[in-house]
Design a protein around this ligand. Structure first.
Ligand SMILES: O=C(CO)[C@@H](O)[C@H](O)COP(=O)(O)O
Ligand SMILES: [Fe+2]
Length: 216
């Protein structure tokens, strides 16, 4: 069964406490928190002042912070202090990716690398042994509510093979345009973690929808 990571980017910010309560009452194991800086991606989302209270209000969950920002090394400590259990940086935003991964792991939390749709999974070959998580973006990062890019399925399969061949432990997380209609195909291709924003927070019954994602 996949791990489900509701993305708070699509949540109702006016009622964050209630949204956290719904997630607490659901079978979602993770909470996905998207940080956007208006430089790496053409949008600005939220930072520590939102992430810290959300982490506090969801104490039983694993807090998965997805940094869509330039120079992530300047901020990883702040996000760790805010409650992050894992921090994922973008391959395309890091000039010294191995150093970024080491920095995160030295903080005692999990390290992930995210790949834009145009970035081949093969470029991760030399850092894969150090990673806890690879985040395959199945939309171009920056916005929720976009359509799933079908080519991602092929990419997930290639990454699954790379990980299994060497018995690495990195989880495969897929993020962007995940719906109840395509979730099974994504899991069958090899995904361990499904991120879903609009299809969870936009649903009439958030808790039941998370249950349906879990059961795909
Ligand atoms: O990182 C991102 C977008 O850049 C995602 O985490 C979105 O928040 C996913 O939203 P949906 O596509 O599921 O609506
Ligand atoms: Fe994300």
């Amino acid at each position: 069964m996949p791990i489900i990571a509701p993305s708070f980017l699509a949540s109702d910010f006016l009622h964050l406490a209630g949204q956290c309560e719904l997630i607490n009452n659901s079978v979602a194991e993770w909470v996905h928190l998207d940080v956007m800086d208006g430089r790496f991606v053409p949008n600005i989302s939220f930072g520590v002042p939102v992430i810290k209270p959300v982490c506090k209000a969801t104490p039983g969950k694993y807090h998965d912070v997805h940094l869509m920002i330039e120079e992530p090394e300047k901020y990883v400590e702040d996000f760790k202090s805010a409650g992050a259990n894992s921090i994922t940086v973008h391959y395309e935003a890091c000039r010294h990716l191995h150093r970024n991964i080491e920095q995160i792991k030295k903080l005692g939390i999990h390290a992930g690398v995210a790949l834009n749709p145009h970035t081949p999974v093969e470029l991760l070959q030399d850092v894969l042994p150090y990673l806890d998580l690879v985040l395959v973006m199945s939309v171009n990062p920056g916005f929720g509510g976009q359509q799933f890019i079908e080519h991602s399925i092929e990419k997930i399969k290639r990454l699954r093979r790379m990980i299994d061949e060497k018995a690495y432990t990195a989880l495969i997380e897929v993020d962007g345009g995940i719906t109840l209609d395509n979730a099974a195909a994504v899991v069958n291709a090899g995904a361990d973690v499904l991120v879903a924003g609009s299809s969870i927070f936009g649903a009439d019954d958030i808790v039941a929808t998370i249950g349906q994602f879990k059961a795909v």
